[in-house]
Design a protein around this ligand. Sequence first.
Ligand code: MLT
Length: 262
Amino acid sequence: MIAYEGRGAAGPPVLLVHGFPLDRGMWRGQLDGLSAIARVVAIDLPGFGDTPPANDGRAPFTMDAAADAVIAVADALGFARFVLGGLSMGGYVAFAILRRHAHRLLGLALCDTRAEADTPDTQRGRLADAERALAEGPGFLVEPSLERLLAAETFTLHPEIVKTVEVMMRRSTAAGVAGMLRGMAERPDARGLLRGIAVPTIVIAGAADVITPPDGAQKLAAAIPGAEFAVIPAAGHVAPLEAPDATNAALRRLIRRASAAA
Ligand code: MLT
């Protein structure tokens, strides 16, 4: 059973998929800030937030399986078509939805993500981390991930956001983390999909994102027909949580374009 949280009674459906190793809490500014114009739903992928892991973490939880889990939520909610937002790993899931269920999309927000597959080095690192998460729990990921996920401004001006992200990471399960690391490691390259994206799209990048930096995001946007590219000041890799107002302004533009095109 996939846990989710929704707000808003009218307007186009918007489904939001979190990054790794986070949960739906990273979208709280969008649940609050977009519900006047859309029916906004943020989900917890298996093993994160309130959703139990899909397996014991010894097998991959693939991006395809994650895509099907998102579609199951859309089906349960009666969302025939929806605007999809995915951050980083959520973007990898969005690419799997494009492969498997493109007809369900009204619009697409790719936040702080990349279309490239992992390098062999990154894959090896993920598989080692998956083993370690199962052996000792995923807590070892928290400190190094926190440093890289958030902008320097967030650490100085918003310690409460740093705490929120830390709490989210500490709630993730070993099986969820291990399965997702294996799933991300085997995801295919998505660059071949980009020129075929036929729905209004925005690519959003935190100005201080060191994991998926803005120059890569700009190239991603340039490869998608008609895509808008938005840089969010004073934000790192978790721009929707670090700078909700600027991110919401960008997402509102997408929601309007998607409604007009529907
Ligand atoms: C994320 O934020 O989801 C991660 O940076 C994705 C990844 O590890 O590639």
